[in-house]
Design a protein around this ligand. Sequence first.
Ligand code: CP3
Length: 355
Amino acid sequence: MSTHTRRPLTDAPFLAAATGGVPHRRPVWFMRQAGRSLPEYREVRAGIGMLESCFDPELVCEITMQPVRRHRVDAAILFSDIVVPLKAAGIDLDIVAGVGPVVTNPVRTVADVRALPRLRAEEVGAVTAGVKLLLDALGDTPLIGFAGAPFTLASYLVEGGPSKNHERTKAMMLADPETWHQLLGVLTDITIEFLCAQIDAGVDAVQVFDSWAGALSLAQYRKYVLPHSERVFAEIASAGIPRIHFGVGTGELLGAMGEAGADVVGVDWRIPLTEAARRVGPGKALQGNLDPAVLFAGSAAIESEVRRIAREADEAIALGAKGHIFNLGHGVLPNTDPGVITETVALIHSLPAPL
Ligand code: CP3
């Protein structure tokens, strides 16, 4: 599938942990490691809109590199957003600072669903140009590409913006399952196209963010979401790169999210990694799960939480998990002290690597 010659990153701890190898140190990266916690990010973003930045290959490269340079994390995550492929396909939306994605004409009817555009790979050419710049800039640090999962994208489109209760989304799902599955089918196609474009450009791993799936019961997830997410993971399997699946508040869904087909399951801070290992079952690696708020609690609390998570990760591996990638349970909060992030990375690197 890939037109890019993949870099031979045989020594990368992140890739070893994701694939059942033995990392020479405990790998760590943080969701939202790029962004407002960094003064150098605020500086390069000054006066430039969020979406505009996502379609500027040089800025994408620079912002993605910033946390790698500063914190010495074991992976870079492409600076982009889950709504970038929707925007690229022609859906009228914006990312409003302090709010999130806002969609001008929310998708509420079967006619709205039928009118949705498809994504062509060339429409995300600026993103893939950013990926190519990054492969040169990163040296032997792996690059993670990403996309939103169909359910989380659907929530933004149906609600028209961020939502606490996802009531319009659930209403469509429950009252008009046919329209719902059509909508998720279209979004699944867009997600696959966006991921394949990044994979063809050379990313070393991908993460699928189903950030808001935790709003669903297990039964709802299995019936209305899982078949679509399964299709996403199946379509990118032949690329042979690690596929990570993450959502917030998904303790009850972890088994099903693993079944969707990922190699690595992301876990938030609400459940211990040992319990996550039991729920996911053997043969997959785990990623997580420090509460982002702990980074505000001072070095003693951070050290004790980091050590606890490392211990639980080692136990999870003894229970059958294929490996552990240290991360937060959700993204870096915007007011986090970047110095604390750097120190936390160094602390994690100083711990013995899991066997
Ligand atoms: O992790 C990284 O460092 C990569 C960058 C990244 C961004 N968005 C940049 C961004 C990633 C992986 C995303 C994915 C994303 N976007 C998700 C899934 C991850 C998650 O948090 O669960 C979601 C739900 C979105 C939608 C979205 N975009 C939200 C909720 C927001 C925050 C709104 C705000 O201002 O508080 C955005 C905007 C956004 N995406 C910012 C960044 C750096 C902030 C924009 C700014 O700096 O003005």
